[in-house]
Design a protein around this ligand. Structure first.
Ligand SMILES: C[S@@+](CC[C@H](N)C(=O)[O-])C[C@H]1O[C@@H](n2cnc3c(N)ncnc32)[C@H](O)[C@@H]1O
Length: 163
């Protein structure tokens, strides 16, 4: 199992958390510094390629998905968890209001910095969320494409299989 991020401090946190988890050491990932839109592995390397709260932050989520698809084996599974955009206009506006006003407050209280996590709403502006990710998986000709929405679409998991 490989865990990839381009931030060395983030990898150090992941390594520490894995070591203090109950999982046996044989299940700990190997942590690698690298770019998600240029994954340093050859085509068809993995049975499962997953990304959590990452696609939205990439320079191009389509390029990130293409890379995930490339390094998946034929029949391999792709999974992406991220903030979503609720389809319901009222819920979307309440949710975006929460991200705009309440989340910076939480950042100030728990991290001493109101800007911590305030970027989430900004990062959602140019990200098409679950519907756009599903469309991109169709564009990659994936099979068994599914979208699981959580909290009315505030969070989502996109799934597809490389044919
Ligand atoms: C919100 S954090 C999520 C971290 C982790 N996946 C989790 O769920 O806790 C987003 C992470 O994406 C990483 N990241 C952003 N762009 C990246 C890229 N092009 N390649 C690799 N990692 C990237 C950042 O360094 C950051 O650690």
């Amino acid at each position: 199992m490989i865990g990839l991020d381009f931030s060395a401090p983030r990898l150090a946190v992941s390594r520490t958390r894995a070591q203090s988890s109950a999982a046996p050491a044989t299940l700990h990932p190997q942590w690698i510094r690298g770019d998600a839109i240029q994954i340093p592995f050859s085509d068809g390397s993995f049975d499962l390629v997953t990304i959590a709260y990452g696609l939205r932050n990439l320079a191009s989520f389509e390029a990130g998905l293409r890379e995930m698809w490339r390094v998946a084996k034929p029949g391999g599974r792709l999974l992406a968890l991220d903030f979503g955009k609720p389809d319901n206009a009222l819920w979307r506006s309440l949710y975006f209001g929460y991200l705009r006003r309440f989340v910076p407050l939480l950042g100030r209280v728990f991290c001493g910095d109101s800007q911590t996590h305030a970027y989430i709403l900004e990062s959602l502006r140019h990200y098409p969320a679950q519907n756009g990710v599903a469309a991109a998986l169709h564009g990659l000709n994936c099979g068994d494409i599914r979208t699981l929405t959580l909290l009315g679409g505030a969070m989502s998991i996109n799934y597809g299989e490389k044919i």
